[in-house]
Ligand binder design. Structure first.
Ligand SMILES: [Fe+2]
Length: 133
């Protein structure tokens, strides 16, 4: 179940760092908006592709800054971010004009985020919070 504050973010994915949870929720909301392009005749605008990529870059930068401010080692986590950015960038650039790949990309990013939050971000948030307290 999602919290009232973060409608698209299941409870078990909450890091309890508001900026991180807020950005995760925004990403899930934005991905939902992408679905309208999957089955319609209209190609997805380049600006939407660029926005998705920039949201990911910006979110990963947020986590990186939090880690560095807290003095938490972030190298392994950052490698995971760079890998998914590479996949998303390549896919967005190679995506066919009929958007048939778009649904796969949306599912991939959604799945990747859920797994990534569970495997990386929850522990990361705990480490950052422990350093602060
Ligand atoms: Fe992360």
């Amino acid at each position: 179940m999602a919290s009232a504050q973060y409608l698209m973010l299941p409870q078990n994915l909450l890091t309890n760092i508001s900026v991180v949870d807020s950005e995760h929720n925004e990403l899930f909301v934005f991905l939902e908006g992408f679905k309208e392009y999957c089955f319609g005749a209209q190609d997805i605008p380049q600006s939407k592709r660029d926005t998705l990529y920039q949201m990911l870059v910006s979110h990963f930068e947020t986590e990186s800054q939090l880690a560095h401010a807290a003095g938490v080692d972030f190298s392994y986590h950052e490698t995971a971010h760079l890998k998914v950015l590479d996949v998303v960038s390549k896919t967005l650039n190679q995506m066919s004009s009929n958007n048939s790949d778009l649904y796969s990309l949306i599912r991939y990013i959604g799945y990747w985020f859920e797994q990534h939050i569970l495997e990386f971000d929850l522990r990361f948030a705990l480490n950052v919070t422990l350093v602060k307290s």
